[in-house]
Design a protein around this ligand. Structure first.
Ligand code: ZN
Length: 114
C-alpha cells in the first residue's frame, strides 16, 4: 500500500526564504506578517477592510479613512497609552492603567512584538 505524501510543504509567508535565517526568526516573521496581511477592523466605519498603506499608516478600503497606527498592527498597547496620555491623564494614572491592562491581557509571559 502506498501512502500519499504531499509533494510540497506549506510554509506560509516564509515561502521564498527556504531554509535561511533560522527557524525561530522565520516563525516570528510568520506571526507578524500574518497579522499584518489580515484585514483589520476600521475604527471609523467598523468594516473589516483596513490594510496597511505604509509602515504605520493604515487605510480603510470602505470609507478611505486613513490613520496612524503601529508598524505591523493598526493599534498597539503603547499607542493606547499615548492616546490616554494625550487625553490629559497624569503619568501615574496612565502607567497604573497600562499595568492593569497588560496584566489582564497577558496572563502568560508571552513575548510581544510591537
Ligand atoms: Zn472604514
Amino acid at each position: 500500500m502506498v501512502k500519499k505524501v504531499p509533494k510540497t510543504k506549506k510554509v506560509g509567508p516564509t515561502r521564498g526564504l527556504g531554509t535561511r535565517y533560522g527557524a525561530t526568526v522565520r516563525k516570528r516573521y510568520v506571526k507578524v506578517v500574518t497579522e499584518l496581511k489580515r484585514p483589520h477592523k476600521c475604527p471609523n466605519c467598523g468594516f473589516v477592510r483596513v490594510h496597511r498603506e505604509s509602515v504605520g499608516v493604515w487605510k480603510c478600503g470602505k470609507c478611505n479613512f486613513t490613520f496612524a497606527g503601529g508598524a505591523y498592527t493598526p493599534a498597539t498597547k503603547l499607542g493606547a497609552v499615548a492616546r490616554r496620555a494625550a487625553k490629559g491623564l497624569t503619568v501615574e494614572e496612565v502607567t497604573k492603567e497600562a499595568a492593569k491592562a497588560s496584566a489582564a491581557a497577558e496572563p502568560a509571559t508571552e513575548e510581544k512584538t510591537d
